[in-house]
Ligand binder design. Sequence first.
Ligand code: 5IU
Length: 497
Amino acid sequence: MIDIEAACLPVGMGSATNLNDLVLKLFEIGAVKFGNFTLKSGIQSPVYFDLRVIISYPDLMIDVSEHLYQASKTGSTYQSVCGVPYTALPLATCISTAHKFPMLIRRKEAKDYGTKKIIEGHYKPGDVCLVVEDVVTSGSSVLETVLSLQQEEINVTDAVVLVDREQGGKDMLKTKGIKLHSVCTITQILEVLGNMGKLEQDVINRTKQFIHDNRFNPNGNVKRSPEDEGGDRSIKRVKRVLTYGDRAKLCSHSVAKFLFTTMEDKQTNLALSADVTTGAELLRLADAVGPHICILKTHIDIISDFKPDLVHDLSHLAEKHGFLIFEDRKFADIGNTVKHQYSSGVYRISDWSHIINAHALPGPGIVQGLKEVGLVKDRACLLIAEMSSKGNLATGDYAKATLKMAEEHDDFVIGFITQSKLSNDPNWVHITPGVKLTRGKDSLGQQYLTPREVICDKECDIIIVGRGITEAEDSVVAAKAFQEAGYNAYLERMQKT
Ligand code: 5IU
């Protein structure tokens, strides 16, 4: 049974109604629903929270935020509050104005790629901030906001949530040194609604079973800094550079998640540009170099003896070695045309290529067209923001406009082909072609940077190497050298901050 006494608070200005009434109200307005729902992950769930609707009920907003404030008071002291965008933003605002805590806003995307500002509001390094969220499942959305704050040297020791779905979020956050306080758990909601006769016993049982069967494990992938191990975080300043593993956890797109996980596990940020002209040579390279790469980039239209079997065999090698296939098709037409180019013709690219890329030049319709084909197949797209070739016209505000286009389609676009980092948002993958072990150029305008320049100085994530490997005497030896150079540069970057 719930301790109703403890959950009961005096009604009035700046106070909250009891928990039973709150739960009932949430149920009545459809903020919590029971039935059959398909979650973003594709999982079927018997319960669904849509807490966005509470903004239509001002009294309830005050009530919920007051409950959040009361729940957070058992934690350590904090100077400011920050809501996880978007649902918790108005809740954080209510806490801020009612209890006179300054508020911070974390942008979902950097506003301007010149200033790269992710946290809005006034703060100083070492400040402690309370993170506010509506529902916690795995804890990854809270963690994303925590990491953004930590990057600005703002400490987070506590987070508060209206509903803890009890699926592992609390434990995961604990491993990161964050104490999660909740106004109520899903068990409490089931109990309250059950006692009031609002739910059938089999709905309650099904929901409990679902929660039990769908727990996320706190996964120890993140390299832990001494600060993470405890100590007085309110004094220490924590500035963290995210590892590939950290970023795998943050990403919502399955392809980006797989990519970052692979990079961390295989210790490689190398993509091979396999610009060879026969099927046999492509397969030979893929099999030999596969253990050293995270991506194999193809130009399928330069294969002179293409047969559908080739992409079938290539897909097997991708599975065998754990790399993604990226067809460097550089789509550049209007939405309707690229849809056909992506899905039909001889190559049927969408059937086998995990990642494709597109120019931003035609405008957002190109991404929309590609997305209509790729999204259902769980494919991902990179937008070409900057090119490596001398005299290219993708200059000035072009990259900035490309970033904006990507932000509008972040369910399909996972990053950029670029020569330098465009955004501090850790969800974006920055991939750079034009890489050799020494700087230089070819006779047709290609310009080369070194792995260290790309990863350490330009802060990109993945190096694309073509002729540096394909024209080497021994492609495996060359791939190993690039893998080592690229990964060491990444480790160096991790040390730098
Ligand atoms: N590529 C570039 N530069 C770019 C883009 C793509 O080199 O700006 I967009 C492709 C072209 C080629 C590979 O397939 O990356 C680089 O090959 P080399 O490492 O052999 O230069």
